[in-house]
Design a protein around this ligand. Structure first.
Ligand code: CS2
Length: 494
């Protein structure tokens, strides 16, 4: 089958939406590190809208940080790909043109650094997932013993990590008398701009204190809240696209119709007018981040562990189970009092809308996918909320059940005795901790709470936290995940 590309674009059927600008004239102004499904369904989607209205040099260079697969799929397509928007029976198709260039970091790290250092690059954005920041998730500080960071400190011209690449390129810009580009993280971390700034400064300080001071003075690190559910593309999705387009597209992504983006307006070298595409530009992203990370992602992770253990493959299936849906509602009742509502937002209505989004039957978002990297996600999704609740003496039954379900999950064997493919940078540490503890809830909780990169030193010392998580884990081990979800609702109702 013929591939989607600039040369074959005019063969697209009229029902397929396509970008409305001259792609060949598009220049690159953004380098995006981590061009996975999320960035293609979010940043590039918004940017494509802006380019259609207000054409400017804001094409995106999509960068793969490790494996070349995505770039190998995009390259013969001139960077073009389809977003399949799914809700209800009829998917919508849209071909995006915003990726004006492509690169694979490990194939040519020097080339990528040079590209980031070029005067054309005005923004470097990142979707490298939580673990890609090489930080300590509990504190947000740089993990200087992370193998990629250690490598980049001794091979600065050939970075492997996002932070290493950012600092190498900023150093080259400074040497060339250019100002810094804006560093814009698009990952689910609280105050992601502040975190990225702290990590960049910490890394730069280890190389050259004056470079760090320059970045501190001149650099810009906007925080953002990003939201769109975009599950991994399946072979069946690629077939759907091929029959809709009449062309093969190996880089298509799937997304829900909903999208949201809140951006702190601090840019060093300008930015696309993303607000014309519906992004919210603000001076304070924090309330939006709290809402999204604690309510959406906190519920997502809890549901992923409970749902996986209960035998559900997708979020839609799990949230269709009345016991787990009631659990989510109970969880949101615990979360809402800890979230300062963003201007004009009704958090109860936000929660109802989340349940609808989770239940979208056309989106097959695997519980296993969301369960990945729990050690990096728990702090901002559940543990911050738990700290706030404990401080005010409020019950944490649902939140603690989310944490207990994660503990049960990382034991690596499901309720039927089958192995679980636990993907986590700390997987082996988690497994040896739980293996040594047998099936004794108290001992498992004790062993896992020792990991201070996740729990800090306050939570392990909190008797109420330990009790609530142990009670819930004990219930999961004895009666299963669903019974524990039910018990949480009962305990909270007392
Ligand atoms: C999910 C997120 O995989 C996960 O951990 O919770 O990717 C979630 O789908 C997005 O944050 C939604 O915006």
């Amino acid at each position: 089958m013929t591939r989607l590309s600039l040369a074959t674009l005019d063969r697209l059927p009229p029902a397929v939406k396509r970008f409305g600008y001259d792609r060949r004239a598009l220049r690159t102004g953004i380098v995006h590190l981590g061009i996975g499904a999320f960035a293609r369904a979010h940043l590039a989607d918004y940017t494509d809208d802006v380019l259609a209205r207000d054409f400017d040099a804001w094409g995106i260079c999509g960068v793969s940080m490790r494996k070349p697969d995505v770039i190998e799929a995009l390259a013969p397509q001139d960077g073009l790909y389809t977003i399949i928007t799914r809700a209800g029976a009829t998917p919508q198709f849209r071909v995006v043109g915003a990726l004006s260039d492509l690169a694979v970091l490990p194939a040519d790290p020097r080339g990528l650094v040079a590209r980031m250092a070029s005067p054309d690059t005005r923004i470097v954005s990142l979707t490298v997932t939580e673990k890609g920041y090489c930080h300590d998730p509990a504190t947000g500080l740089l993990n200087a013993s992370h193998p990629d960071i250690a490598h980049d400190l001794s091979h600065r011209a050939e970075p492997r990590s996002a932070i290493g690449a950012v600092v190498a390129a900023l150093a080259a810009r400074r040497a060339a008398g250019l100002g810094p580009f804006t560093v814009m993280p698009l990952d689910n971390l609280p105050s992601n701009g502040k975190v990225a700034r702290g990590l960049t400064l910490a890394f730069a300080s280890l190389l050259d204190e004056s470079l760090a001071r320059w970045i501190e003075r001149e650099g810009a690190f906007p925080s953002t809240m990003i939201d769109r559910i975009a599950p991994a593309t399946t072979p069946a999705d690629l077939e759907t696209v091929a029959s809709a387009l009449g062309l093969e597209d190996r880089a298509a992504v799937v997304a829900e119709p909903f999208r949201q983006w809140v951006i702190e307006d601090v840019f060093a070298q300008g930015r696309p007018a993303w607000e014309t595409a519906g992004a919210e530009i603000t001076t304070d992203v924090a309330p939006y981040e709290f809402m999204k990370l604690r309510m959406l992602n906190g519920a997502h992770s809890s549901l992923a562990y409970l749902g996986y253990l209960a035998g559900y493959e997708t979020v839609a299936d799990a949230s269709g189970d009345p016991v787990l849906a009631a659990f989510l509602e109970g969880l949101w009742r615990e979360v809402i009092p800890t979230v300062p509502p963003p201007p004009g937002v009704d958090l109860a209505a936000y929660a109802r809308a989340l349940l609808e989004r989770f239940r979208n039957p056309a989106i097959r978002h695997r519980t296993w996918q969301i369960a990945m990297d729990g050690s990096q996600k728990l702090p901002q999704r559940l543990l911050g909320t738990i700290r706030d609740r404990l401080r005010s003496g409020a019950p944490i039954d649902h939140l603690a059940t989310g944490v207990a379900a994660w503990m049960r999950y990382v034991m690596g064997v499901d309720e039927k005795g089958d192995p679980i493919d636990v993907r986590d940078p700390l997987a082996s540490r988690l497994r040896s901790a739980t293996d040594a503890a047998g099936r004794d809830a108290g001992r498992i909780v004790g062993a896992l709470l020792e990991i201070d990169a996740i729990f800090g030193d306050d939570l392990p010392a909190n008797a109420e936290f330990r009790r609530a998580v142990t009670t819930s884990l004990d219930r999961i081990l004895r009666d299963g995940a669903k019974a524990a979800a039910k018990a949480a609702a009962k305990a909270a109702g007392r």
